[in-house]
Design a protein around this ligand. Structure first.
Ligand code: ZN
Length: 347
């Protein structure tokens, strides 16, 4: 049996894989309807470098760069759909709403010798690691500055309910732990954040970095050194508790908790950051009614994201412009959100 070394193996894969490219203009038939602005003949599709076939009807670029700005590059699409990666080659599983194309498997060709063991170790996604549930139980507490802030504005009963629903934790120094618990009750990680108990504003770490539970475990516990993090929406576990409630998604965990106390007829989830909305995480939302509540200044970006999310959704997804319309310029600069809106109304 012929041995193939690592470098040779990578080179083989590289030479077989050709980068996707934007379809060159060859008449009107090569420009399509934009999935975002719906304008005809403005959308350029990305084609697979090997098969010269479209990657997906939503993967491309709108020519109306200023007015629409929709751009869904293949890199992002494949990151959103890891299930399309099979054996390290980008091979499609047939999907009903996809253009029916099969990519050529780049690595299985007769006459080529590959170290399959090495190959599978490179290609198969490693298993997802989890955090023991007892850590969540032990951490749940009202002794965080975030909860102190909530108590200044909301009835104690509502705050108590929010702590229970989201399993809000607290560290010794009064930081809050926003646990990411998925629909099956698995604990993916926890985000540790400090707040000013009076203003409710975040107190950032000197470095500006966010502290995560899995990162602390990585540093302290040998078993966690290679922790493979797979994030879910903050609040995802509520889908199991309240399966009939529609879903509202905001950017920040703080916003989700505050909004849940006022509009309790929704399951409020948080994306974690502006880029935290993606199709992979949204698969659990498939049958749900979903409304996105972007922060001020992010309406356009989340509207474009909503178009992508539709590819994994059965139900409608709407984007609220409540905050966008309400925010004055200064607030827009500061990322005003629905929680600010609620607290303003209460005052
Ligand atoms: Zn467009």
């Amino acid at each position: 049996m012929q041995k193939v070394n690592f470098l040779q193996h990578i080179n083989n894969l590289m030479s077989l894989y050709k980068q996707p490219f934007l379809e060159p203009y060859k008449g009107r038939g090569t420009r399509h309807t934009c999935p975002n602005c719906k304008v005809k003949q403005t959308f350029t599709l990305y084609l697979d470098g090997n098969t010269c076939q479209p990657i997906h009807p939503t993967v491309g670029k709108c020519n109306r760069e200023i007015k629409c700005g929709y751009h869904y590059p293949p890199r992002e699409y494949f990151a959103d759909h890891p299930e399309l990666w099979k054996n390290g080659s980008r091979e499609y599983k047939p999907q009903s709403n996809n253009i029916p194309i099969r990519r050529q498997s780049a690595n299985r060709r007769p006459g080529k010798h590959y170290n399959t063991k090495l190959h599978s170790s490179l290609a198969v996604p490693p298993k997802m690691d989890l955090i023991p549930r007892k850590y969540v139980k032990e951490s749940v507490s009202a002794n965080s500055n975030f909860v102190r802030f909530l108590c200044k504005h909301f009835p104690r009963e509502n705050v108590k309910k929010a702590i229970e629903n989201y399993a809000l934790g607290a560290t010794k120094n009064g930081s809050v732990i926003f646990w990411q618990i998925d629909i099956k009750g698995n604990v993916r990680t926890g985000k540790i954040m400090q707040y000013n108990p009076d203003t409710g504003k975040r107190i950032k770490h000197k470095s500006g970095a966010i502290n995560w539970v899995h990162n602390i475990l990585k540093r302290r516990v040998p078993n966690y050194t290679n922790y493979n993090l797979n994030q879910c929406y903050f609040g995802e576990h509520l889908l199991k508790f309240y399966p009939n409630k529609p879903i509202a998604i905001v950017e920040a965990e703080k916003t989700a908790v505050i909004a849940s106390m006022i509009y309790s007829n929704y399951n409020w989830l948080a994306a974690g950051n502006l880029n935290g909305l993606n199709t992979e995480k949204s698969k659990v939302l498939r049958d749900k009614h979903v409304i996105l509540f972007p922060d001020a200044g992010c309406y356009e970006k989340w509207s474009r994201k909503a178009v992508q999310l539709k590819s994994v959704m059965k139900q409608q997804i709407k984007v609220s412009d409540l905050v966008e319309k309400h925010a004055i310029f200064e607030q827009r600069e500061n990322g005003y959100d629905i929680a600010d809106y609620i607290i303003e109304e209460i005052r």
